[in-house]
Design a binder for this molecule. Structure first.
Ligand code: SF4
Ligand code: SF4
Length: 259
């Protein structure tokens, strides 16, 4: 990938939300693809053999996200999520906090269509990318009546589209809004950290295309990997920790208003 765009570069270019809006040209990035199904959710025996060698880690640095939405677009393309439907495996939220204490939160078209907004007395704004947290104690898997959703040996929560009956129990059980009913397949769908890619040594599509490095992913068993370095040296938070779901997506720079 070329030179990374820093938040400072972006702001210098006039991309502040409240001033000029966000104008990102539709940059088309070529990302390495892997052969096989876009659903990629059904575990095959080859993947199972490598479970012991993999412990995945995902960090989101909210201070680097510029709300360009490239991750959202890349995810949809990679995973067969219809571009013209309001369903997302990953999305980006915008938080604008006013001096009076009110917080405006939006995510137009999952973060693909941010426009300039004007909030009186705005004092702070930032973006928060969201996705399935691959919880270590996932409530979504426990409610499935047919065992169609499960956790793999290397810690990723998947959906077996062949078994799913589309009852939506798991969608209701997820406290993060990370699941949806696929409009065409009529089965539950969600982020898999691009399991079909990571098990072949590639990055998730959203991580691959992020121009600022706001999404960081690695196999924690690889010596010197960037995620372990961050987890050892930076303060990180998870979403809704009180629920006991034990999320495995770690956030850097997370504001306390984020839910
Ligand atoms: S974020 Fe939601 S869908 Fe993902 S593992 Fe946790 S409970 Fe399940
Ligand atoms: S996470 Fe990266 S690709 Fe996604 S909106 Fe933020 S800066 Fe853009």
């Amino acid at each position: 990938m070329g030179k990374q765009i820093t938040r400072r570069d972006f702001l210098k270019a006039g991309g502040q939300i409240l001033a000029g809006g966000i104008f990102f040209s539709a940059v088309s990035m070529v990302i390495p693809r892997v052969a096989g199904s876009a659903d990629g959710d059904i575990v095959n025996s080859k993947w199972q053999q490598t479970w012991a060698k993999q412990t995945w880690g995902f960090v989101v640095d909210t201070e680097k996200c510029i709300g360009c939405g490239m991750c959202v677009k890349a995810c949809k393309e990679e995973n067969g999520v219809p571009m013209d439907e309001e369903v997302f495996r990953t999305w980006v939220e915008r938080y604008v906090m006013a001096a009076g204490g009110q917080t405006h939160i939006d995510s137009p078209n999952g973060g693909l269509d941010f426009n300039a907004i004007t909030i009186d007395n705005a004092k702070k704004s930032f973006f928060v990318p969201k996705l399935c947290n691959q919880c270590d104690n996932p409530p979504c898997t426990k409610v499935c009546p047919v065992g169609a959703t499960y956790k793999t040996g290397d810690g990723v929560v998947l959906v077996d589209g062949e078994r799913c009956i589309g009852c939506r129990y798991c969608i209701q059980a997820c406290p993060y809004g990370a699941r949806f009913l696929h409009p065409q397949k009529k089965t539950a769908d969600k982020c898999t950290w691009c399991y079909h890619r990571i098990t072949k040594g590639l990055l998730p599509a959203c991580v691959q295309v992020c121009p600022t490095g706001a999404r960081i992913f690695a196999n924690l068993q690889t010596p010197g990997n960037p995620v372990s370095r961050l987890l050892e040296t930076k303060r990180v938070d998870v979403l809704k920790p009180a629920l006991g779901t034990e999320p495995m997506v770690y956030y850097m720079g997370l504001d306390k208003v984020v839910v």
